[in-house]
Design a protein around this ligand. Structure first.
Ligand SMILES: NC(=O)c1ccc[n+]([C@@H]2O[C@H](COP(=O)([O-])OP(=O)(O)OC[C@H]3O[C@@H](n4cnc5c(N)ncnc54)[C@H](OP(=O)(O)O)[C@@H]3O)[C@@H](O)[C@H]2O)c1
Length: 503
């Protein structure tokens, strides 16, 4: 039977919690000529400048091996921002005002003299833009380069210890390590040069409005929380599907794979928000304490509880090593061993080269305990309720429920009540990097990963990676544009459940 879609519109005026304005600061971008800076960071900063959300006293100093003079960098960033900005058409006049704050300094991060040149440029920018000495260092560089930057920043005296004066903070991009040992090593090094409160480990998923809305949906409504446990929930599914393949980043991806790239970071963070207990307050550490407890409660994954695969043609992608066994798809059955979630499996799946780009969480409620509607045929058609949180694209929330179909006979159908961000708020949700950059300038670490949680996520993921490495069986392959390997369907059917349709 076809599903009916019921649209809902927003009706009340929003209540805004006052947020602290970002502090005046200089942002130093290590890797200013890289892909992340061009596609995400600078378009996000420019959008903030246009919305007048950037501090008035702000400067950007970009550095890398190949960066040229400031004028050349500004021109290159103008071109990329015009292409990648979410604000279209591109506003040249607004860019002009923002570009005046950009400066450049060339340097090889392995060489101490690069930091002397950076200091001179930074102090000059601080004077000209009156930023007051606050410094935000953003490591938009390959992870192998983080340690050398951190040590040199410390040695050059560019990092100030926390105190009453101007602050120094460092943003570290993902991947944060590649297993538990390397994550611990990086954390050890960070701990040598910085206080935990100065470290901002970024996971851009946490900056998405729809991910933050998981907490508002759960704790801003009295309707859902009483049902949010093993008594009423049969199982939970989390899907992070990408249509694209490795897109020219074959070498990076081949050393990473789906578990490190998506599951250890984004999926576990989203899972923690869905499964955590109510925090005692909305302060960063209260929320992060509860997320950490979820990660600690994850049961080690049993051998039969994972499925892997890779898309046909992956082995021929440029940069992929001969004989590579890197999976591009994985599905896992997880258990959160605590009171709330006992007996409720969390099925998670993520893959590249799939039919649709889609990230969503679906809460599948239990079947009704007893059917009142006569014939077995009618009862068999009653589908359990499903609450779906669409993280991206088409951001919104849908609730599926049973409904009497019009007519004389008692016929039960299924309808879906659907809330759409774009339709209700008349604007798409903001970009994750905009929110995260502002939060780092404010010193609000709520949406950044804390050391203990990051290591706990690796403690969970590393044995899975090791068991996969030790397994000589060939990886199942799937067609590009499909829903993943066929055995992923058979695997979930074993539990008498099925994936939410991807197509
Ligand atoms: N790209 C994304 O969408 C994305 C998404 C999530 C996370 N990340 C993470 O963000 C970081 C950067 O990624 P990316 O894709 O932007 O990398 P990328 O395109 O390879 O850029 C790397 C940047 O680092 C600079 N660099 C590297 N080694 C250097 C050295 N020794 N001295 C001076 N400059 C050096 C490069 O400068 P030159 O080219 O001038 O040498 C370049 O500007 C990585 O950790 C990545 O995992 C990226």
């Amino acid at each position: 039977m076809a599903e009916t879609i019921v649209r809902v519109e927003s009706s009340s005026s929003p209540i805004a919690l006052p947020s602290r304005p970002p502090d005046p600061c200089a942002l130093v971008v290590f890797g200013v000529t890289g892909d992340l800076t061009r596609r995400k960071l600078v378009p996000a900063l420019h959008a903030l400048a246009q919305a007048r959300e950037l501090p008035e006293r702000f400067a950007l100093v970009g550095t890398s091996t190949s960066v040229g003079a400031a004028a050349e960098l500004r021109e290159k960033l103008r071109e990329s921002t015009a292409r990648f900005s979410r604000l279209q058409p591109f506003d040249e006049a607004a860019w002009g005002g923002f570009a005046g704050r950009i400066d450049a300094v060339q340097g090889d991060f392995n060489r101490p003299e690069a930091y002397a040149a950076l200091r001179a440029k930074l102090e000059d920018a601080e004077r000209r833009h009156g930023t007051g000495g606050n410094r935000l260092f953003y490591c938009a560089v390959p992870p192998a380069v983080y340690p050398v930057i951190l040590r040199n920043l410390k040695q050059a005296g560019l990092l100030r210890a926390p105190g009453d004066g101007p602050w120094s903070r460092v943003v570290i991009e993902k991947p944060f390590g590649r297993d538990l040992a390397s994550a611990r090593e990086l954390n050890r090094l960070l701990g040598e040069v910085l206080d935990e409160g100065q470290i901002f480990r970024i996971d851009h998923y946490l900056g998405k409005e729809t991910v933050q809305n998981i907490l508002v949906l759960r704790f801003g409504n009295s309707l859902f929380e009483p049902l949010w446990n093993h008594k009423y929930v049969d199982h939970v599914q989390i899907t992070m599907a990408e249509e694209i393949g490795v897109e020219g980043r074959g070498k990076f991806y081949d050393q990473t794979g789906v578990l490190r790239d998506m599951i250890q970071s984004h999926v576990l963070q989203v899972l923690a928000l869905c499964a955590m207990e109510p925090p005692v307050s909305f302060r960063a550490d209260d929320i992060r304490d509860e997320k950490f407890k979820v990660l600690r409660a994850l049961r080690p994954v049993a051998a039969g509880d994972t499925v892997r695969g890779r898309y046909l043609g992956y082995a021929r992608e440029p940069g992929v090593a001969p004989g590579s066994r890197t999976p591009t798809y994985a599905a896992l059955k997880l258990h959160v061993d605590n009171w709330r979630w006992q007996g409720v499996p969390f099925y998670i799946r993520s893959g590249k080269g799939l039919t649709k780009r889609r990230t969503e969480v679906s809460i599948h409620f239990s079947q009704i305990p007893f059917c009142l509607f006569g014939s077995e045929e009618v009862c068999a058609r009653i589908e359990p309720n499903v609450l779906t949180l669409r993280i991206q694209p088409d951001e919104g929330i849908a609730l599926r429920f049973g409904c009497k179909e019009p007519g004389d006979a008692l016929s039960v159908g299924t309808v879906t009540m659907d809330f759409s961000y774009a339709a209700s708020f008349k604007r798409p949700p903001g970009e994750a990097y905009e929110r995260l950059l502002l939060d780092a300038m404010r010193g609000d670490a709520t949406l950044f990963a804390r050391r203990d949680a990051d290591e706990q996520a690796w403690a969970f993921a590393t044995p899975i990676l090791e068991s996969w490495d030790a397994d000589p069986a060939p990886l199942p392959e799937y067609e590009r544009g499909s829903v993943g390997p066929a055995n992923a369907d058979a695997w979930i059917h074993r539990d008498k459940r099925r994936w939410r349709p991807l197509a």
